[in-house]
Design a protein around this ligand. Structure first.
Ligand SMILES: CC/C=C/CC(=O)SCCNC(=O)CCNC(=O)[C@H](O)C(C)(C)COP(=O)(O)OP(=O)(O)OC[C@H]1O[C@@H](n2cnc3c(N)ncnc32)[C@H](O)[C@@H]1OP(=O)(O)O
Length: 719
């Protein structure tokens, strides 16, 4: 797990060997300790170079070990003894040096990095801090401001930036091990004390307090309710005020609190859930590792509205050749301008050449005849999409995949109008498509495993977090969102205000409450969908609209707002008031409060006092309850997929893991009890009825979330 090699020069090489990322597992740490002791015993060895197998230094501590009882040599002590060693220690960094990997390198006396290496302390993203001396050594190298930024964000930096910040001593375009050996030979015999970061005094400066205050305000605003970033600031502050040993005590105290916290568990769960999402499986047994994805080079994008533009930009940025199609010259011209500007801005920002040569604009379907895959991104209208699909089949080659960017339309119904149902897949992008990370890849009942594999691989190539989901109205994300939105609206009817609901959600950790999000997206979007689905029609009284539709409770408030022209930010008025159309700052609107009061009077609703707890329970537990139904229906393969969708597509706070993880943390029996309670009070809301799977899991003793897939499998096999 760590290989010791005695080189011909007076140098020993210690190679961390734990693929794929050379994580510092207990076995690797034992191997390092043994190898260092071997080097120290060998009088001929004057210097030790650390490197990683397969040109990958280390991805840090082994995150899998955190859920069990940690064994093996502690990282802190191991790094301390490396730094304290009387022999020269040099880190040769290739690939990545992250977390404990970088902390190990900071314990070495010198650091050399390859130009392509990336370095960082991402512990904060796992719910804790760089607890192997990272919060005390890094500031002593870079100063407080840079250390605060790196440690509180977990940002990975290039070797060049690390050189500028003083984190590495040398950057090489060649082999870092070779360069580290050369550096070692040139400095052997020089005093080591000045190279031992723990011996440096605190990095105090007169503005420490104000720098830390600014950092604290920033992290509180960015990661609402997350404990780790706040603790990171406190630990770095200690490096400015206290000698190293006292700073380390502070680091350990903070780490002890964070390490076993529910937030750390949630964030570590999210880390693995994100990686597992790529390991898709279909109900027919096809999986990521038994299905081959064929290569895609040339992609057609149909429709250059907001979604089509973002999709085209994502594809081109990933180096794919794109033919972008519009139906008339004017729309083509405005789409072309927008896409070109977005790509040019991005290239300028990243300091790379413009990729515009990869882009062709077209008005005729015939120009799509050579593409390997088409993504249709026209308006969300089934008939329009059907027309596009049948026109496409007249020009495309036989094997070309057709993907539809839809947020909830029936993929099977669309596939039926084609001559290739097995090659039709849904691709639900989130707006803005070039920014948002999530992609729901929707398989229909006829989609072939190969088509799913191609769509998943393409999504990964354009750097999306892809989740394969089954075909049902709204798929996973929007199917759940509907119930979350319904609950928020019912809360308004019952006595809450939009700002009260939003405040409770934001205190829970959402970046934005649901009513602010609705104003941002535009209230008219849902209004159009409700009209198309027959929920609003000529038989509905616009002045006294019924609160009962399709056999259940219905809240007409959003429709009534739309009738007043309140579409959200774009019109300057929605659930909130804005200074002007398009402005972003939401202010409570007294008109809305009066409107809600009149509404309650008109319908004889006695307003209740709604607590933040009720807001969270009704919104979050409704999401989870529908998530259980989705698992029952086989629309998502496991709870992790649902959580990834909510983390990356719907702003669910990462330190709460996702709605399914949250339910597991609160306790399934508590969720069940609460759902039963709310369903009893609101029998006209069938979705509040606890799902079968939730009941079953509680009856089976509320197993941990990692075991739910087995229980779901048993449930399916009994159906
Ligand atoms: C005492 C406590 C001290 C803690 C200090 C720490 O060091 S905490 C850990 C800090 N390190 C990190 O947070 C790094 C996490 N890893 C990554 O950011 C990325 O994996 C990577 C190293 C940049 C590599 O990215 P890439 O996209 O190439 O691959 P994957 O992300 O898909 O990972 C490949 C597989 O490796 C597993 N893995 C990655 N890092 C770790 C790790 N630190 N511990 C355990 N396992 C790790 C990952 O889960 C993938 O596994 P698969 O089974 O192939 O899905």
């Amino acid at each position: 797990m760590a290989r010791y090699t005695r080189l011909t020069e007076p140098i020993a090489l210690i190679t961390l060997n734990n693929p794929p990322v050379n994580a510092l597992s207990s076995a690797v740490r034992s191997g390092i300790v043994d190898s260092v002791s071997q080097a120290l015993k060998d009088d001929q060895v004057k210097a030790v170079v650390f490197c990683g197998e397969n040109r990958m230094f280390s991805g840090g501590a082994d995150i899998k070990e955190f859920s069990g009882s940690m064994s093996g040599p502690p990282l802190v002590r191991m790094i301390h003894s490396i730094e304290a060693s009387e022999k020269l220690m040099v880190a040769a960094i290739e690939g990545v040096a992250l977390g404990g990997g970088l902390e190990l390198a900071l314990g070495c006396h010198y650091r050399v990095a390859n130009t392509k290496a990336r370095l960082g302390l991402p512990e904060v993203t796992l719910g804790f801090l760089p607890g192997a001396g990272g919060t005390q050594r890094l500031p002593r190298l870079t100063g407080i401001t840079a250390a605060l930024e790196l440690i509180t964000t977990g940002r990975q930096i290039s070797a060049q930036e690390a050189l500028q910040l003083g984190i590495v001593d040398q950057v090489t375009e060649g082999n870092a091990v070779q360069a580290a050996m050369e550096l070692a030979l040139s400095v052997i015999g020089q005093p080591l004390n000045p190279r031992r970061l723990s011996l440096r005094p605190p990095v105090w400066s007169a503005d420490v307090d104000s720098v830390c205050e600014v950092a604290l305000a920033r992290v509180k605003q960015h990661s609402r309710g997350a404990m780790a970033p706040v603790a990171c600031v406190q630990a770095v502050r200690a490096a400015a005020m206290l000698p190293y040993s006292k700073g380390m005590e502070k680091e350990r105290q903070l780490m002890d609190t964070l390490f076993r916290s529910s937030q750390a568990r949630a964030l570590q769960y999210a880390f693995f859930a994100q990686r597992n999402a790529g390991k898709w499986s279909l109900p027919n047994g096809a999986r990521w590792n038994n299905t081959k994805a064929r290569d895609v080079q040339r992609v057609g994008v149909i429709g250059l509205g907001t979604m089509g533009r973002g999709i085209a930009v994502s594809l081109v940025k990933a180096g794919l050749s794109v033919v972008a199609l519009e139906s008339d010259a004017k729309q083509l011209e405005s789409g072309k301008k927008a896409v070109t500007a977005m790509l040019q801005r991005d290239a300028q920002r990243r300091g790379v050449g413009s990729p515009l040569h990869l882009l062709t604009f077209a008005l005729s379907f015939h120009q799509l005849k050579d593409v390997d895959l088409v993504i249709e991104a026209v308006f969300e209208d089934m008939n329009l999409k059907k027309r596009v699909f049948s026109d496409l089949c007249k020009v495309l080659r036989a094997g070309t995949l057709i993907c539809t960017n839809t947020s909830g339309l029936n993929v099977d119904e669309l596939a039926k109008v084609t001559d290739r149902q097995h090659l039709v897949v849904g691709m639900h992008f989130f707006a803005p498509a070039h920014v948002m990370k999530l992609l729901e890849v929707v398989y229909g009942s006829r989609s072939s495993p190969e088509a799913v594999a191609v769509a998943m691989a393409l999504g990964k190539r354009i750097q999306k977090v892809c989740v394969a989901v089954g075909n049902c109205p709204g798929f996973v994300g929007n199917r759940m969102l509907k119930l979350y939105m319904d609950q928020s609206l019912y809360l308004l009817e019952e006595g809450a205000t939009p700002e009260q609901v939003d405040q409770a959600l934001e205190e829970f950790g959402f970046a934005m409450g649901i009513f602010k999000v609705a104003d941002l997206s535009g209230l008219d979007v849902g209004w159009r969908v409700r009209k198309a689905s027959g929920l609003i029609g000529p038989d509905i009284d616009p002045v006294n609209p019924s609160r009962w539709r399709l056999g259940q409770r219905y809240c007409p408030l959003p429709d009534m707002l739309c009738q007043q022209g309140r579409f959200g930010q774009k019109t300057g008025r929605g659930w909130y008031l804005y200074n002007s159309p398009g402005s972003k700052e939401a202010k409570p609107d007294p008109e809305i409060l009066n409107f809600l009061e009149d509404y309650r009077l008109k319908y004889g609703i006695t307003p209740q006092r709604i607590s933040s707890q009720e807001v969270i329970e009704r919104c979050a537990f409704s999401l989870a309850n529908e998530g259980f139904r989705i698992l029952e229906d086989g629309i998502a393969a496991g709870p992790e997929d649902i959580d990834v969708i909510y983390l990356f597509g719907y702003g669910w706070p990462r330190h709460r893991g996702g709605p399914m993880f949250y339910a597991s943390q609160v306790g399934l029996s508590v969720v069940l009890e609460k759902m039963e309670h709310y369903h009893r009070i609101h029998p006209d809301v069938p979705s509040l009825e606890p799902s079968r799977l939730l009941r079953r899991l509680v009856a089976e003793g509320s197993p941990p979330i990692q075991q739910w897939r087995n229980h779901i499998k048993n449930l399916h096999s009994q159906l």
